[in-house]
Design a binder for this molecule. Structure first.
Ligand SMILES: Cc1ncc(COP(=O)(O)O)c(C=O)c1O
Length: 389
């Protein structure tokens, strides 16, 4: 099928909830993909931070295919090997205690919200249910996750929203201290806000939040859906801050292109959710988890160092570019504040030139595959400079 026919059929049958780019992607390898007509694109978006090993990585595809041919699904009524193996690696590489697997970032956050509320209920009784999140945060599209999302534009049309969420200003310790009350059971944050504009949380702010949570027995939940799985140059972004949260939520890159989500619990709250409290049919699916094992095996210390190196290189190169006023982010999660042009205009112009970018609020956002080659990086940067002008 050609691009025109694919787009026409899509518009006819698919609900119009996505403002799609004017591009059909037919195939790809590493950070390079092609339209059905063979036009080449360098992809600095990774399917919004998912394709951490790029398009159709051979080893990952082979591992998933082998598992699919062996055992594709059983439900959580049964034990299977891959989900335990993936959980074991996650625990051994982090210091958390237990893992729960689900299918997406929003679902992971839903589970974390439930766990925080039950933790508080069991210890302090009814009424200590409030969760503080940050302005400009993004936590997903389910009812609780969208309520947790601290952006007004998401809080239209769907009333009534879930009770018990309070929003605080990011990087403002005084504001969060005012918002904490005897009803607060958890604080949920992204360490670099992705959708909200690639805004970094400051070291001192995060350390103070961590201290405040310890002091008041409030659970600290770090949403690592976008920052996790090597994106920032460490396996998880919390490692940059010298803290161990009570829970982190993960998704995106762990599946490398297949749907997965997860919650990692530290010893403080790993026994809270019990049989019957939470679950999902597909969670811990063998094929997806086998792919996740391949992802984590590849993301060893050497690989993560390379991610950090590529992140620094990107940042330095972009800072030198004409039309850039500021570069934010961490590792290979990069936000660019642009002069003279709207971020969305830069994204559109880049696409015409053969470069796929993202935007986040008023910034251009880059989330390239973590294993992007040096040649692809250089080619993409040249196109980015042209698009920024
Ligand atoms: C920080 C963060 N949390 C949660 C989500 C929601 O993840 P999903 O789309 O997999 O539900 C996203 C998605 O972009 C995200 O960036």
């Amino acid at each position: 099928m050609n691009s025109k026919d694919i787009k026409e059929r899509d518009s006819k049958y698919i609900l119009g909830t996505y403002a799609r780019y004017d591009l059909c992607i037919a195939k790809g390898k590493s950070a390079t993909c092609y339209s059905p007509e063979g036009k080449k694109y360098i992809d600095f978006s990774s399917g919004i931070g998912v394709n951490c090993l790029g398009y159709s990585d051979d080893r990952w595809a082979e591992t998933v295919s082998r598992q699919l041919r062996t055992l594709q699904h059983t439900s959580n009524l049964f034990y299977t090997e891959p989900c335990g193996e993936l959980a074991e690696i996650l625990i051994q590489r982090t210091g958390f205690d237990k893992v729960f697997f689900c299918n997406s970032g929003a679902e992971a956050n839903e589970g974390a919200i439930k766990a925080a509320r039950k933790y508080s209920f069991m210890k302090y009784g009814r009424g200590r249910y409030d969760i503080i999140t940050l302005q400009d945060s993004f936590h997903g599209r389910t009812m609780a996750a969208i309520t947790a999302t601290g952006q007004e534009e998401y809080h239209k049309y769907f009333d009534p929203f879930v009770e018990g969420f309070t929003y605080a200003k990011a990087n403002d310790t005084e504001d969060i201290k005012i918002k904490v009350s005897d009803k607060t059971c958890a604080i949920m944050i992204e360490l670099v806000q992705g959708e909200g504009g690639v805004n970094n949380l400051e070291q001192d702010y995060v350390k103070e939040l961590h201290r405040l949570c310890r002091e008041k027995d409030i659970l600290l939940i770090v949403d690592e859906v976008q920052t996790g799985i090597g994106r920032t140059g460490k396996l998880f972004a919390y490692e940059h801050y010298g803290i161990l949260p009570d829970m982190i939520t993960v998704a995106k890159g762990l599946g490398a292109g297949l749907p997965i989500g997860g919650i990692l619990f530290n010893h403080n709250c790993s026994l809270v959710l019990e049989a019957g409290d939470h679950g999902t049919t597909f969670g811990g699916n063998p094929a997806v988890c086998a792919g996740g094992v391949e992802v984590l095996t590849r993301l060893d210390d050497n690989f993560l160092e390379q991610v950090a190196g590529k992140g620094s290189f990107l940042k330095a190169e972009i800072e030198k570019m004409e039309g850039v006023s500021k570069v934010t982010g961490l590792g290979m999660m990069i936000g660019i504040a642009v002069q003279a042009k709207e971020a969305k205009e830069v994204v559109k112009d880049a696409l015409k030139l053969g470069l796929i970018l993202l935007s986040a609020k008023d910034k251009v956002r880059l989330l390239p595959p973590l294993n992007i080659t040096d040649d692809e990086l250089k080619e993409g940067l040249e196109l980015l400079q042209k698009a920024l002008k």
